[in-house]
Structure formats: C-alpha cells, structure tokens
Design a protein around this ligand. Structure first.
Ligand code: 3HC
Length: 283
C-alpha cells in the first residue's frame, strides 16, 4: 500500500500532485533542487488549501492535516523510504534518465518509480533503472487538484503489480484512472493537441478572433474554456513540445506545431506563467 509519496520537481504539476496526495492522507516529501522553490511550492499549497477552507470545501482540520503531512527537501536521498516517487521535472529525456538512475540507486527495491511525462517514452526511463518492472507513467492534468482523470501508462516492461498499485493510488486520490499504452500523447493529449493546434490554424487564417473562437467552443461544445485560454493555461512552450513529440512519433504534418505558436514561444509569450500569451495576465 502506498502511504509515503515522493515528488520531484517544484513546478505547477508537482505542487498540484502534492496537494492531491496530502489531502487524501498520504505523507508527501517534496524534493526541489532549490529550497526557495520548495518553499514557494508549500506557500502555493497553503494558499490553495486556505481558499478551499474559505469556500467551505475543506475543514480547518483537513487543511491543517494536509499541511502537516508535507515536508520539503533539496536532498534526493530523503526519498529513500517512499513507497512511490513521481517525477515532474523538465520534459527532457537526458535529465529524466539521470534522475531515474539516481532514484534507482537511492530508493528501496520495492519503491515504485513513476513519471508524469506527457510525451516521452516511459520505457526508456524504465530501462535506465535496475527495476524496469516497477516503473510506469502516472500522468496528471492541469490543474491537478481539479481534474479528475489520471492516465496510467504501461511501458512494455511494467509488471501487473506495478500497474495495479498505480491504479489503487490514483483511486485513493479520488480520481479516475485509465490505462494507456506507452505512445506519445497517450489518449488525452493525442486528441486534445491537434484540436488546439487547429484553433491556431483558424486564427492564422483569419476565420474569427481568438475571443470568438473561445466563446464558440465554450458555448457550442460546453467546454469549460476555449482553446486559446487553455493553451495559455497549459503553457505555449509545453504545447509546442507536445505537438513536436506527436509529430516526431508519427511524422504526420498534421501534428506539426503552427508557426504562430512557435513564434510566440520565441517571444517568450508562454501564457499564464509568463504573464502574456494569447491573453494578458496579472502576475
Ligand atoms: N488548484 C486548486 N483548485 C483550483 C485550481 C487550482 N489550480 N484552479 C481552479 N480550482 C478550483 C476552484 O477553487 C473552483 O473550486 P470550487 O468550484 O469548488 O469553488 C473550481 O476549481 C473552479 O474554478 P474557478 O471557478 O476559479 O474557474 P473555472 O470554473 O473557470 O474553472 C478550470 C477553472 C478548472 C481550470 C476549468 O476552466 C477547466 O476545467 N478547464 C479545462 C482544463 C483542462 O482542460 N486541463 C487539461 C489540460 S491538458 C493537460 O494538463 C495535459 C498536460 O500533459 C499538458
């Protein structure tokens, strides 16, 4: 049974996953390379939980319990006693492989190692360790505390026990699990990103303004947000890298990121995280 969870990487996804785990009674060890980032993550978590208490979604006791279960560290060795470690560091194969090698050395033999990657081949991370049968993908969606789905990615090397344990963990978080094969984009991103890319194509061709495209998809399909607001939420750099991975695997030009997206990334207009994307945001 997974009770103690290590999370590596102090970005939006890492802190969202930490919130999900701490709220459902798991002990969480957050590891960041820099203490300031780990502290910022805990501060964000505290704000998020406080807001939920204000809105009557969480009791004061639950809030205090969740916070008390979270500890931070800069030291990877502190993850040694975890039952599961989920990494959510930069989408770069060399960085992730090095991390998996280190985790493999540090963690007990029974520890499950998981990646939150949305595009990289999970099997390559598995074979970087001496425990390929105990490595899988556990892919959360943004914002993790709100989104109910988690994709469990089964690389060719994973044992059934690993996939079952990952599923039980996801269900213990109160989320729905779907099992997917180890292919770029899995299910959700393989369907979502061509749609987002096509929205940019529409904008480039002048069919409608971005505001009207967003209004159209909200009102016409009951989507919670339109494609341009969603691109800004996910991050334009992340979106380009997902599209490039889909293109790389399929060689289908349909997946190639649209020029406007690439130019906006070059201009560091990355969406909410940089304060400017298709829309402007207060920082
Ligand atoms: N953390 C915790 N709670 C949050 C939150 C966060 N970051 N963001 C929003 N919430 C909560 C709010 O507190 C609120 O809770 P309440 O209804 O219980 O009071 C609820 O979510 C709704 O939030 P808001 O009222 O502020 O705003 P919206 O109703 O507009 O919802 C949204 C915001 C949840 C982001 C919604 O617009 C949405 O679901 N959008 C679609 C998101 C989506 O498609 N994500 C997938 C992206 S793809 C991906 O992640 C894959 C990756 O590999 C790139």
């Amino acid at each position: 049974m997974i009770r103690r969870v290590g999370i590596v990487g102090a970005g939006i996804m890492g802190s969202g996953i930490a919130e999900c785990a701490a709220k459902t009674g798991h002990d969480v060890v957050l590891r960041s390379r820099h203490q300031e980032s780990a502290d910022a993550m805990v501060a964000a978590l505290e704000r998020s939980l406080a807001k939920q208490v204000e809105r009557g979604k969480l009791s004061e006791e639950e809030r205090a319990g969740a916070i008390s279960r979270v500890s931070t560290t800069c030291d990877l060795e502190a993850l040694a006693g975890c039952h599961l470690v989920i990494e959510s560091v930069v989408e770069d194969m060399a960085t992730k492989k090095a991390l998996f090698r280190d985790l493999d050395r540090i963690c007990g033999d029974r520890t499950l190692l998981a990646t939150n990657t949305s595009t990289l081949a999970v099997v390559e991370l598995a074979v970087a360790t001496r425990r390929p049968e105990r490595v899988c993908g556990i892919h959360f969606f943004n914002p993790a505390p709100v989104m109910t789905l988690v994709e469990i990615v089964r690389p060719l090397t994973a044992g059934d026990e690993t996939i079952d344990a990952a599923r039980s963990f996801v269900e213990a978080l109160g989320k729905t699990a779907v099992e997917v094969q180890d292919r770029a984009g899995f299910v959700v991103n393989a369907l979502l990103f061509p749609y987002l890319n096509n929205a940019v194509r529409l904008l480039e061709s002048g069919v409608a303004t971005k505001e009207d495209v967003d209004l159209a998809m909200k009102g016409g399909c009951n989507f919670p947000m339109g494609p341009f607001a969603l691109l800004d939420l996910v991050g334009l750099d992340t979106s380009v890298s997902i599209l490039e991975a889909l293109y790389e695997e399929s060689k289908d030009p349909y997946f190639a990121p649209r020029p406007l997206l690439k130019r906006m990334v070059a201009a560091r207009q990355l969406g909410r995280k940089s304060g400017r994307g298709f829309y402007d945001y207060e920082r």
